[in-house]
Design a binder for this molecule. Sequence first.
Ligand code: HEC
Ligand code: HEC
Length: 408
Amino acid sequence: VWYGLALLVVLGPVGVRVLTRPDPPRHDLEPAEVRQGQMLFSHEFTVKDPLCPNGDGLGPVFNASSCVACHHQGGAGGSGGLEHNVTTFVVRGTSRQGVVHTEATGDEFQETLANVDGSLGREKPNPKKISDMVKSRRVFLPSADLSQRNTPALFGAKLIDEIPDRVLIAEERSQRLRWGFASDTDERPVGRVLRLPGNRVGKFGWKAQSASLFDFVQAACANELGLGNPGQVQPASMQSAGYQAPGLDLTNEQCRQITTFVAALHRPVERVPANLDTQARAHEGKQLFTKIGCAECHTPALGSVEGIYSDLLLHRMGNDLSGTNSYYGQPVITVASNDLPRADEWRTPPLWGVTDSAPYLHDGRADSLAQAIIMHGGQAKTAAANFQRLSPDRQERVVDFLKTLRAP
Ligand code: HEC
Ligand code: HEC
């Protein structure tokens, strides 16, 4: 009875608020809008691009000149390799943080790592070289920390966008009830929802920093291509901050068209191998996946979305997997600072399509699936240790199961 009453006290007030949250709007995939969005997603933007009549087009700083340049593995909208990693930084003890852009429309705008920390070189940043610095942990500089983000695949984004907030909140609650409130040091897989301003819940991005697909697309247009829009101004160059664009590059309608194209991408598939032996191995691997604790965070279904293998919650993954910085140029996230994602917190990435999205983890530091699993720490330490205790043959079966998760 006491347990029941306690539950009522804990869940009662929140339950009502959660249940009355509006569902996210459903995407209407109007064919003309999808086509228009597809064109914009693949378009190579240029300075003063004709598609941006009010702005300056590409730049002044950017990471690539089209979305598809990075999102291409397994088709338009897929993931990208280390050569397209995005470098983020935070200057310790200040609110200065953002992205070091690899490209610029003119030498006067070209950012270098020296803009972040005087101890570093003034050459054009090379994502692969920075990735080597990350791997060898040479990113904790005298005054700043660097970190990288690898390009994720966008397949199935519509289904994620349409998951009601209350599903994530319910998952957070059920993990807490199952494992108790986790303290800072323990290793129980208790995730948390990232609460954003306006009573919204983070769903997209390695740090769950965006509440909706539309928000993320607007941020990507500005941060990756330098296309300012009503949702996000284009980043200023750290090299030459005085420059002002004549106006916004994209309209809300153009951002909506890109979002509709991304929403129209098919969801990843679970492809059962034709060979009966491999099929049996994958089947056993799937059972082991649950048995050793992977499914605690990589939940096979979330709400009505089957086969996502994620709870979309933030989990602490240990010191080796830390990365402090925000992906956004401007601190768009203005949540109370103690609610911001911590350096070692990452949103559980959906494992659907994982086979076709190497390299793995937030900065692509793992070349293989087995490596990615072994690098799990923090709240996933127990599951990773369970994996390592399996015989090599059974470890391989878990990987055989992951190999059935394919891009559409
Ligand atoms: C330079 C490479 C690059 C370019 C160009 C790029 N992206 Fe991305 N994209 C990334 C990276 C890296 C992330 C992960 C960032 C993070 O989560 O912090 C990402 C994440 C995303 C996400 C969130 C996916 C998820 O599930 O969390 C969306 C949506 C997205 N990009 C759309 C776009 C669109 C639309 C464009 C073109 C306007 C674009 N991207 C251009 C690299 C790129
Ligand atoms: C405590 C929650 C948790 C548990 C338990 C967990 N994971 Fe993860 N997993 C994550 C998070 C968070 C990441 C992203 C970490 C990062 O990028 O730094 C991740 C990343 C991955 C990736 C890489 C995905 C990608 O797109 O890069 C794979 C593969 C993976 N996990 C498989 C597993 C397997 C197999 C198990 C069981 C042995 C497992 N995970 C247990 C939370 C968890």
